[in-house]
Design a protein around this ligand. Structure first.
Ligand SMILES: C[S@@+](CC[C@H](N)C(=O)[O-])C[C@H]1O[C@@H](n2cnc3c(N)ncnc32)[C@H](O)[C@@H]1O
Length: 342
């Protein structure tokens, strides 16, 4: 601890506020062009990264609390069981490191590590990156209260834009990147390889990457996690249509769309679709655009890929990483895989 002087800390806070303001405008423009592109395509698609506005963040918290959503509990258990082994990998003998988290969200599981690392007097600083300013400011506030001695530097930006900003400033400190919650599964296979290769280019030889992968398992267990009877996951998906209505003055009627998740055990892909229950036209006034939906036409909303250990090894090989250790939960539902740069 104690890596920062107070004036340096002030400088960092000012820079962070500036980044927050400028990225909001760029983000809104990108959101608009992504929505137009997705709803004009055949088949139609929307990116799941836009699920997370204030309401989306809150619904995701509810999802993580659901008994059927095993992912959060599994990864929590892995961290709780293996926190000391992870510290030995990240910062042995008090080697200083930057703990950078991609898509930090509410940091529920990360806090298990943060607490242990602080208790063990590890020399680290925490840099959560998230595209949702809302969730990031909630997390920062929470950490200020619960871990007042922890040095936190939030970066409200897209993953690699944030990493670029970080790399421009810091070259020497070891980076340990956390990419939890099987967020990697939100990419198609080729996209995931491209993403990991890009990650590799941003890392130095001494850096580490910890990725959470949801493993292939009984298909009924997987499908239930994305299709709860209470309809929480459905409302999470429908909220993106509400968000588009709000931000672009649209007229999506969510009662005329149905959430439809599927799991293919052959490919390991869980996919969520939003299906139009009737022929209809949606207009987004602010963008001056209308989109026609045929009855039962679907929007591709999300992929949540499930993995085998051989696929994980293949991803690491393709992207230029070496698998250093794998940590499993007691059910073998989930693995946190630590990779070093090859
Ligand atoms: C499914 S949540 C997972 C949160 C947390 N990592 C966990 O495991 O519980 C995904 C988080 O990643 C963020 N996110 C999604 N796409 C992003 C992107 N391209 N750049 C930065 N953050 C992103 C979302 O805002 C959200 O908070």
């Amino acid at each position: 601890m104690g890596l920062f002087t107070s004036s340096l800390l002030e400088q960092v806070l000012t820079t962070t506020l500036y980044i927050l303001e400028t990225t909001t405008t760029v983000f809104n423009e990108t959101f608009a062009s992504d929505v137009i592109e997705g709803l004009s395509s055949t088949p139609k698609f929307l990116s799941s990264k836009y699920f997370y506005d204030e309401k989306g963040d809150a619904i995701f918290q509810q999802i993580m609390d659901m008994p059927s959503y095993y992912l959060t509990r599994s990864e929590y258990q892995i961290f709780d069981t293996h926190k000391q082994a992870l510290l030995q990998l990240f910062g042995p003998n008090c080697t200083p490191f930057h703990l950078v988290e991609f898509g930090a969200g509410d940091g529920l599981k990360t806090k298990v590590l943060l607490k242990h690392f602080i208790d063990q007097k590890a020399c680290f600083r925490y840099l959560p990156i998230d595209i949702s300013e809302n969730v990031l400011s909630l997390l920062t506030h929470d950490l200020e209260i619960n871990f007042p001695t922890l040095e936190v530097e939030p970066l409200a930006n897209d993953y690699f834009k944030a990493l670029d900003i970080l790399n421009q400033r810091e070259q020497n400190e070891r980076k340990v990147i956390l990419f939890l919650g099987s967020n990697i599964g939100n990419f198609e296979h080729d996209q995931a390889i491209g993403f990991l290769q890009k990650m590799r280019q941003h890392l130095n030889p001494n850096d580490l990457l910890l990725i959470g992968f949801d493993l292939k398992k009984d298909p009924s267990v997987i499908l239930e996690a994305y299709n709860d009877k209470e309809g929480v996951t459905a409302s999470f998906n429908l909220n993106l249509l509400d968000r588009i209505n709000k931000e672009f003055d649209g007229n999506f009627d969510t009662s005329k769309f149905r959430h439809n998740p599927t799991y293919n055990p052959l490919t390991g892909a869980t996919k969520s679709y939003m299906v139009s229950t009737e022929d209809q036209v949606i207009t987004l006034e602010k963008l001056g655009k209308s989109f026609h939906f045929e009855a039962w036409e679907a929007i591709d909303m999300e992929i949540s890929q499930k993995y085998s250990l051989s696929t994980i090894q293949h991803l690491a090989d393709k992207a230029g990483f070496e698998v250093t250790s794998n940590f499993f939960d007691k059910n073998n539902y989930f693995v946190d895989s630590v990779w070093s740069v090859k």
